[in-house]
Design a protein around this ligand. Structure first.
Ligand code: PLP
Length: 442
């Protein structure tokens, strides 16, 4: 690595950092300069255990050789090919490999560059699909309170996180929201999927009764909501949503941007819950977070509805300059090879009970009001400091970093999602660090 990358720049003002407390950061910067497997190295030479797979994306761990080599080779072979009206072999290979591991029936893949783009692509597909089959009145989109679907206008419109919405005007019209499924008074300290709340899916019936099914294109939910602080679907909830959508001809979109690629111990959350959506959005783990990439999976029925009209006509007026970029495809193929060789798409299943016990051992630590888990996801909810919401969890985040552990916080919730290569010893280490942190903050 060049020295240029190792030094800390002495002027941090030009870079406006995303989703960051810029002023706090620039007073006390936290810089990573390298990474390997389960660890980052900071600019002052400390090792930090990655408790969050970067941002829920580095599922195979850091700087994995197959991925690095695939990128290096591809960059020297074919760096870029136009995404529109031209192709290159590995984008087709990747689509086939993805369909092979996808839930049965998800037969076609559309490439994007991020989760936000995957979501907007899926929403556009849903509306255009209904129009293509002569039901152009189905334009309404239904999301959920506390949902996170990225930051583009479509995603924040169906999303339900107030801070992500309130600054940005009227958003998309024709959107409604179901209630979230976080019921701490009934489900606190649940292990795995919580018992109570499946009836919340019936709220979709209320929304259908209000607007009429003939106006509704799609419902979009995260099977497990991550960025809002880990909200789990109550037992039977997703099955009910599926039934109601099917009954009314409404498409069901699963946003699997964080649950895709092994996070729950199955390749996708659809496999975990035994519920197949009509459209599935992914990103992050598809390329191990190394090169930006997203992939939207659709059924044959949806894809084929577009394949009409004269052969020379474009069927779907949508796509990105970097859809299926060759180097991103190479990274994704290297990622899929790594997942396969190391059994990572199902490794979470074997580790989940150990992870669950370790996490729940934090019950009773200062200010812990809930612990929840599923697959290799965990959340520790802290009581907020009166009048200063988010401050306690942010202190935990900073303290954890100083102690050599990367965690993620949202509101007063600590969210954990380590790379799927984590060992039992490293799970112990992570929990021990966190226990120390919880005992040392106000
Ligand atoms: C469920 C979900 N959808 C969409 C996104 C947005 O992804 P990106 O940041 O790649 O645009 C995220 C990011 O965390 C996510 O968790």
């Amino acid at each position: 690595m060049s020295n240029r990358l190792k030094v800390t720049p002495n002027d941090l003002s030009a870079f406006w950092m995303p989703f960051t407390a810029n002023r706090q950061f620039k007073q006390a910067p936290r810089m990573f300069v390298s990474a390997k497997d389960m660890h980052y190295t900071t600019s002052d030479g400390r090792k930090v255990l990655d408790g969050t797979a970067g941002l829920w994306c580095v599922n195979a761990g850091h700087c994995r050789p197959k991925i690095t080599e695939a990128i290096q080779h591809q960059a020297a072979e074919l760096d870029y090919a136009p995404a529109f009206q031209m192709g290159h072999p590995i984008v087709f290979e990747l689509a086939n490999r993805l369909v092979d591991i996808a839930p049965k029936g998800m037969d076609h893949v559309f490439f994007t560059n991020s989760g936000s783009e995957s979501v907007d692509t899926a929403l556009k597909m849903a509306i255009a699909y209904h129009r293509a089959r002569g039901e152009g009145s189905r334009t309404r989109l239904i999301g959920r309170e506390r949902g996170y679907h990225g930051v583009n206008f479509g995603g924040i419109s169906v999303g339900g996180i107030v801070n992500n919405r309130k600054m940005f005007g009227t958003l998309l019209g024709g959107v409604d929201h179901m209630p979230h499924t976080h019921l701490p008074e009934k489900n606190a300290f649940s292990k795995g999927v919580p018992e109570h709340g499946a009836e919340l899916a019936n709220e979709l019936e209320r929304i259908v009764a209000l607007h009429d099914a003939s106006t509704i294109a799609a419902v979009i939910v995260e099977p497990v909501a991550g960025s809002t602080g880990v909200i789990l679907p109550p037992k039977g909830y997703l099955q009910k949503l599926r039934e109601i959508c099917t009954k009314h001809g409404i498409l069901l979109i699963f946003d699997e941007v964080i649950t895709g690629f092994g996070r729950l111990g199955t390749p996708f959350a659809a496999d975990y819950f035994g519920v197949t959506p009509d459209i599935m959005t992914t990103a992050k783990g598809v390329s191990n977070g190394v090169i930006p990439m997203g992939a939207v999976f659709v059924t044959k029925e949806i894809h084929d509805a577009f394949m009409t009209g004269p052969d020379h006509m474009i069927e779907f007026f949508h796509g990105y300059t970097y859809s299926g970029n060759p180097i991103a495809c190479a990274a994704a193929l290297g990622t899929l090879d790594t997942y396969k060789e190391e059994g990572l798409l199902t490794r979470g299943e074997e580790l989940a009970p150990y992870w669950e016990d370790a996490l729940h051992s934090l019950k009773g630590e200062p200010n812990v009001i809930d612990v929840r888990n599923i697959g290799l996801i965990g959340a520790i909810e802290l009581a907020p400091i009166a009048g200063q919401p988010t401050k306690r969890a942010f202190s935990a985040f900073v303290k954890a970093f100083e102690h050599g552990l990367l965690i993620r916080t949202t509101g007063d919730i600590i969210a954990l999602s380590p790379p799927l290569i984590i060992t039992k010893g490293q799970i112990n280490e992570l929990i021990d660090h966190l226990r120390d942190v919880l005992r040392s903050i106000d």
